[in-house]
Design a protein. Structure first.
Length: 430
């Protein structure tokens, strides 16, 4: 039976516990697993079959989460991790080595920009940033050592949908996969439907939704022929000394089209240990059960907030997919027909000082460094999430000194707007 996303969010990857018949996914809070015998242990370690070895690598609770994520995205397999930052890093490190490079959209979350521009650079991986308004810029930035393209579906905080299909098509001409961070648009966009090869999530945001648990994930689309681009993708097509000389594009074939995610699990996760806890995996699963309902309400409330701010005399600019122009507006209409997400940005006539007064005056909205909670959140990115970036790099990501970002929750819209109204009034006072 072919199930839709709303149904998969409740049912994918689990029916009942085979021992107890429990319907709820249990928390398997264990480090290790008893092997049947030495042959069973050897088969597991030799990747002759998949199964539980150690919770740093896999866990039954986490496995349900991974199956559910793969089903929601229409992918082949997923890998849950300790955070979205770990997922972003692993997604690149799984392909790029010292001396290699990736090409990334400039429209990124500040933490990802810093990861790419500094930490990965220190590890010998160069990131070339290009403006996604010109998709051909990805081709121009590509050379023989380019291993991946990277972008956010609905960039935080610029909120201009990325041209997924255009850049994915460019990448496939070169044998380069497009990695899409879909954190801000779960269920609204399925990047694999538009040609992306890998999807990355911060599970901390909308998929969890409750603000209790840090987590991340990588989903392998199973739609990229790594073996066909052996020269372009050596990480998956040359013997890996860390795992008995395995050539991942070949070794994974008996298990399915999961070469990319298998390598990430048994090398990066095994060696670097950014494992999500079973308890956090369980809590994210609780959030996923209601994400379809929440993302619709987030989108509806955010659109109403954007409309209110658009008409407010003290607001000079509103940043929301509904108010884009030109090619960006066309991309919004194409990629976001099911809703435009829960994020809204705006600038006040009083600039950064007024923005700070506004933040400090909020009563319902929480002032936190997060997005995607069921509750409404607000922050001043230039002084927080993007503060490590230079002014020029901040501008490239869409952050100005007076920019305020709202993550609009699922409270009653009248209460949300009432809080914004009183805070805007307070922002006007010196």
């Amino acid at each position: 039976m072919s199930l839709r996303a709303e149904t998969l969010a409740l049912h994918a990857g689990w029916r009942r516990d085979p021992a107890t018949h429990a319907v709820a996914v249990p928390i398997y809070q264990t480090t290790s697993y008893q092997f049947d015998d030495t042959e069973d242990a050897a088969a597991l370690f030799g990747l002759e079959k998949l199964g539980n070895i150690y919770t740093r690598i896999m866990n039954p609770t986490t496995d349900v989460l991974e199956q559910r994520l793969a089903a929601l995205e229409g992918g082949a397999a997923a890998l849950a991790l300790a955070s979205g930052q770990a997922a972003s890093a692993f997604s690149v490190q799984n392909l790029a080595r010292v001396g290699d490079n990736i090409v990334s959209s400039t429209d990124l979350y500040g933490g990802t920009w810093n990861l790419f521009a500094n930490t990965l650079k220190d590890q010998g991986i160069e990131t070339r940033f290009v403006d996604p308004a010109d998709p051909d810029g990805f081709a121009r930035a590509t050379d023989d050592r380019t291993r991946a393209y990277y972008a956010e579906t609905l960039p935080n905080p610029k909120l201009e949908p990325f041209p997924i299909a255009d850049v994915a098509a460019i990448g496939r001409r070169f044998g380069i996969p497009l990695i899409m961070d879909n954190t801000a648009a779960p269920l609204l966009v399925r990047p694999f439907d538009h040609g992306a090869a890998i999807v990355v999530y911060s599970l901390t945001k909308y998929l969890g939704g409750h603000g209790t648990s840090i987590g991340g994930a990588i989903v392998d689309g199973g739609n990229f022929d790594w073996a066909a681009y052996a020269g372009r993708q050596p990480a998956l097509n040359t013997p890996d000394p860390s795992y008995h000389g395995a050539v991942w594009a070949e070794a994974a074939k008996p298990l399915g089209p999961i070469a990319y995610i298998l390598k990430a699990r048994v090398t990066l996760l095994r060696d670097l240990g950014a494992a999500i806890s079973p308890f956090n995996a369980f809590l994210v699963l609780q959030g996923i059960e209601t994400v379809a309902l929440r993302i619709r309400e987030h989108s509806r409330n955010a659109l109403a907030v954007a409309g209110y701010l658009k008409e407010h005399a003290d607001v000079t600019r509103v940043i929301h997919p509904a108010y884009l122009q030109g090619a960006a507006a066309a991309r919004s209409e194409f990629y976001l027909p099911r809703g435009q997400g829960g994020l809204v940005g705006f600038e006040l006539a009083g600039g950064a000082p007024a923005g700070k007064r506004f933040i400090n005056a909020l009563k319902l909205f929480y002032h936190v460094a997060n997005i995607g909670d069921a509750r409404s959140l607000a922050i001043h990115p230039a002084s927080t999430t993007h503060s490590q970036l230079s002014p020029a790099d901040q501008a490239a990501t869409g952050v100005s000194p007076g920019y305020v970002r709202l993550s609009v929750g699922i409270e009653h819209i009248d209460d949300i707007i009432a809080d914004l109204a009183q805070a805007l009034d307070a922002a006007r006072v010196e």
